[in-house]
Design a protein around this ligand. Sequence first.
Ligand code: FUL
Length: 525
Amino acid sequence: MKKVSIMLSALCLMAAAPLASHAQSSEFTLVNKQPANADNEPRPVFPVPTERQLKWNQTEFYAFFHYGMNTYTYKEWGDGSENESIFAPTAVPNPRQWLEAVKAGGMRGGIAVVKHHDGFCLWPTKTTKHNVTSSSNANAKKTNIPKEFAAAAKDLGMKYGFYISPWDRNSEYWGKKDANGNYTDDYAKKVFFAQCAEMVEYGADQFEMWFDGATGSNGYYGGANETRSIDNATRYYDIPNLRDSIHNACPNIILWGTGGEARWIGNEAGWAGETCWSMGDGTSGDMNAWKWFPGESDAKATVGGWFYHEGGKKVDGNGNIVVGNEGCKSANELFKMYLETVGRNATLILNFPPNQAGRLSDDQVANLKTLGEMLRTRLGHDLAKADGVKITATDTRSAGAHRTYDAKNMIDGDSTTYWACNDAQNTAVITVELPSVQTIHYVALQEYIQLGQRIKGFTVETSTDGKTWTKKGGNIQTTTVGYKRIIPLNGSTNNSYDAGTQAKFVKISITDSRACPTLHTLSIY
Ligand code: FUL
């Protein structure tokens, strides 16, 4: 394995370089020198995504795997005092089986929890004894989740990343203060940075590192058994430095949540707002926010907790084990979540918890197969890409030296070519003509977000003859598009796959946009 390390010392060299002296910069004037625009590309509407945010968005649908100490204690949050031998897998955990199952479910990657709030590390870390090697169980000693997970993902051609809980209820250093009442940096330096660096060693091609936002409560804390909290997670974990270091080692990684590069969608129920900007916060974002901050929806594919609790057992508020709910949500429910997240300009990270044998249960695997088939049947065959399809737009930007902005760029299967209007043209009508009347269920649109998220309003209509048009999408707000928007033509995400609509023509009218609209893909299913 190529050793990639985060060099803490290098961070010290990042102090601001001295600025050029004013005496030398007398030629500095406010002349607006725009670079030549030979391709006549539209000017970006800021903010725009970074290259790594763009790549991350393309992952769209990926899995979460909550596995660890809690799998054996029936808890959702361990307090960090758990004896390591409680972690006793009945077989060596098999991350390859997890990834194969979610791949069949239509997912492009996954994120494995390698340390939850209880601080127990699912790899042989040098940072704490509270890890797999300290368990007396033979299968635990052979466990190395990040290593096996990364290897399997690479082999299966999937994206991968890790969840490392910043909050650590086992560590003596977490939330510790010095004699003056100031937080020490021991936890950030000795534990958290070091653990992130160990993760980085498992692969430079990770796509996301997941830092949740929990900021403390009671815990073991090295035996102190007290309540601790922190006041500012970004400062306490020194996130700006950590982020730069990780980016240096893993150029395509984005740091989720506390890491500041993608946002929580505001609920764990698997839905984003029908209006959803990649800026701002929460379910809908904010068109006027300054920073590109795309939404990710974290949701559970099972009823019950994030962790698998054999037999539905869970620990109640009094510390007693009771039998709760467990089992899979139906594939239909998961498909609805997909429409309401991936179909609304967010990504979906869907949790599948491995059991005490370190495997996904047979019912989860079967459910994933059903979901994968549903996705392939319903959204796997784009009718707009068939031979003989015609597409026109009421406005087409003038071509540049190496680029055209023709409507056909939306159906060429190439996400680097796009249709755009001329400047100051914020509305347009796009019409697609299929070779014959067909049964259709969904229309999907994708903006060329490299130039910013622009579209503020659109409508979808269909026709069999190109003369009589019917508005589609029911009462769904057809406002934003963003990275991807999928409109069920019957207006229901709940029961979107009915007998369908008969149509030869599909018309998209863009009714409002922050600047001339762009679209790289229009799909019909
Ligand atoms: C939260 C945690 O507190 C939960 O246990 C779970 O891991 C969820 C995905 O993130 O912040």
